[in-house]
Ligand binder design. Sequence first.
Ligand SMILES: *[C@@H]1O[C@H](CO)[C@@H](O)[C@H](O)[C@H]1NC(C)=O
Ligand SMILES: *[C@@H]1O[C@H](CO)[C@@H](O)[C@H](O)[C@H]1NC(C)=O
Ligand SMILES: *[C@@H]1O[C@H](CO)[C@@H](O)[C@H](O)[C@H]1NC(C)=O
Length: 377
Amino acid sequence: MSLRSAVWLLFLVARPLSAVLALSSPTTIFTLPGPAQPASWFENLAVRPNGLILATRGDAPEIWQINPVTGQGSLLVSVEGAFNLTGIAQVIPIDETVDEIYVFGSSHIPAPLEVEPGSAKVWTLRFPSNLTTTTNTAGSPTVSLLAALPSAGFINGIAPWDAGRVLLSDTDAEAIYLMNVAGTTNPTSPPGTYSTPLTGLAGINGIQTTALTITSKTQGLEPGSDERVGGGGVGRRRKTTTGWRYIYRANHLSQTLSRIPVDSSDATPLEPGSPPPEEVLATEQAIDDFAVVVEDDQEGGGRAYIAGMYDNEVVEVVFGTEVPGVKRVIADNVSGTGTGLVTAVVFGRRPEDAGLLYATVGQGGGSASIVVLDPNE
Ligand SMILES: *[C@@H]1O[C@H](CO)[C@@H](O)[C@H](O)[C@H]1NC(C)=O
Ligand SMILES: *[C@@H]1O[C@H](CO)[C@@H](O)[C@H](O)[C@H]1NC(C)=O
Ligand SMILES: *[C@@H]1O[C@H](CO)[C@@H](O)[C@H](O)[C@H]1NC(C)=O
């Protein structure tokens, strides 16, 4: 069976709801060309509204664009002035007409676990708004330096926050920054400037957010309708900045996933303190980046899909129910080579793949690849 028909089968085969869930069979849809040694690796990915995948390379200053339907991928941009790329996320547009903008990070990582001090930068990748339809995938996006961050340590995860702003996690500084990207209404906040709403976050790695409809802090911590915003790499066009919401965050040192309730406007903790009080959702879990789906219930319940790093697995965690923290390995041997590094998982954004997860895999004795898997298989 060709790769392509395998992918279509994933889309088309209906599964009985009552069936006992088995391991998903990860299907590799794209592998980087080039020598397998030294092994290449993708650090992160984002899915565009038109369904194409953007993947950042950790071993080169490159973003690749991959079509998950055809399995074709090509070098989209090579970033001059960067060495190794890190997180990537789409910026929530400030209105319907603006360009499709992504923020990604870079650092100089000469060797694994060795980051050159002062080398962190964040960049924008911008597709002109007339190139964002599902049929028109041509045209060159532009890359610009948004900010050089010599005092930052290692910009790792990136998540959309609200229209025109993103969150950045700094693994070395154990902090989260809230950065202005474009067109925010506050004239005192030019692009590239940021605040540091959260500190004391040891082991911080991947971060995601969700938006809550609760409009007042005084309503306490009872979540209302909690929409998926971060899980797909980007979310709704949401301009409201009142109330509170959660920041979900990985801690790769303590191997936990947790969430912190913060103010929706400035991302500062609802309860004072550094480190801020966190609700632990999963423990004993090798964790890099992850996707979050939050149910529309009163318990703040949902599921997270975790890239299990060198465990070469994707793990589902259920939280907010009577039996929180239930974990299930939904796919193992994700690399297909026995060993590998799973760095990020993101949901598709087309009707055909909205329930499927795309994962970035590398360092598995082969070239970096993009894998698709069905969490409900
Ligand atoms: C970082 O990128 C450079 C090329 O820009 C590459 O030589 C180096 O191996 C990369 N580091 C890692 C850890 O992959
Ligand atoms: C798309 O937008 C760009 C930048 O605004 C412009 O230069 C280009 O001519 C436009 N292309 C089409 C087909 O409208
Ligand atoms: C991983 O998957 C590949 C491809 O299906 C298979 O050949 C290999 O035996 C598997 N390795 C392990 C350790 O499961």
